[in-house]
Write a protein that binds this ligand. Sequence first.
Ligand SMILES: *Cc1c(COP(=O)(O)O)cnc(C)c1O
Length: 453
Amino acid sequence: MKEDLTVFNKLVDQLLKAEKEDPVAPYIEADKLFETLDLNLEEEPMSEEAFGESLRQLVLNTPRTATKMFFNQLFGGRQPKAVLGDLLAVMLNNSMYTYKVAGPQVGVEKAILNQICDMIGYGRKGDGTFAPGGSMSNLMAMLMARDARGEKIRKKGINESMTMYTSKISHYSIPKNAAFIGIGRDQVRYIETDDQGVMLPEALENQIRKDIDDGFVPFMVNATAGTTVLGSFDPIEQLSVVCKKYDIWLHVDGAYCGAVIFSDKYKHLVKGLEKSDSFSVNAHKMLGTPLSCSIIVTRHRQALYDSFSNDASYLYQTDGDDFNLGKISLQCGRRNDALKFWTLWKSEGTIGLRRMVDQEFHLADVAREYVRSHPDYTLYSFDDSISVCFNYKDLPPKELCTMLYENSEIMVGFGSFRGQEFVRLVTINAGNKKEDVINFFKAIESFVEVEIE
Ligand SMILES: *Cc1c(COP(=O)(O)O)cnc(C)c1O
């Protein structure tokens, strides 16, 4: 093991150096991948030297997501304390299903979940778990919402046409999960938003009324806290009134920006969250832990047991249900995703997490200010969002983003809203500073000047 850790340290040194010198890795065309790198598996073992070289090539040619030129997805940067926690999780290799096998790691997970339940007002009636990503957190919420309609569903399956509601610009995991949970993709109703991407409560209520009249059974509303493209927030408080009136489960998908709960300045964006039935947040997005670290909590602790517990005498042999986390999780064997978040939170304090969230909003303000004050740019997104959508000199965003990628300049993606395409800059890396955001724009400008004009 020790020798391999030495190899690891050496590779990390080389990677960190490469990230500094070239923040974007060399571009390899997808159909030339297998001729460019030594990836094929052989019958014979390799010499340590040749193996080390293959590994080095692989590491140095992999897209660099921790650098100051990575803005492509809703994660980025590297929080060293969180990386430390994740490396330890790999070394310890516990499985989170029982206290017998995970021991104090159960407490690590519970400490995070209890704290979050308290912070958002669910209190001790709430509980939660870690799911393999935000899509799966949404799946767990949808399963709990479905099962909350009655015991029959879990045992006999669905025999009604159950409908759910989400905004037109919500995450694609919702229709996917609708098929998984057996209600069918056609039973998802896409509710209109206003011109800033915020779900309209009146449109929601009208659709619910219509569905009830038509014999459907509305069971769930999904509100998004940080829509994937615009970073807009649905009005939880108002949606909760509608949900209460029709006895519908309200889930808040905070995968992208649910971490605003840590900020005194921005938690107003999820006002009314305590009235929701479930809430999910990805620590691997705004809080910068390694992938993946997704938390789902519910105000109804029993709902987790109702939907996810099953007896298994070969597994649950000691300790009570409260400590055997497999009773409330989607998986059986489950990796320890809590430790990396715990090491970050423990070392930086809640204040540290608050600073990260506030810094990301600050960087977005810097970016919007830049776009607004430079006439070659057009802004397509709104305040109180860490997605800054824009176009430069009316260049088609898809072509621009692809050229920046293929020339190893910047990793950034594009999106669209109401038929308008644009570049989407996400200020999700709290390690960035004001000048890093300015540099992003300067890099685009000089690239366009040299390569396009
Ligand atoms: C990213 C995202 C998800 C999915 O999270 P994964 O961890 O990638 O599965 C779900 N909902 C929203 C709003 C997101 O932005």
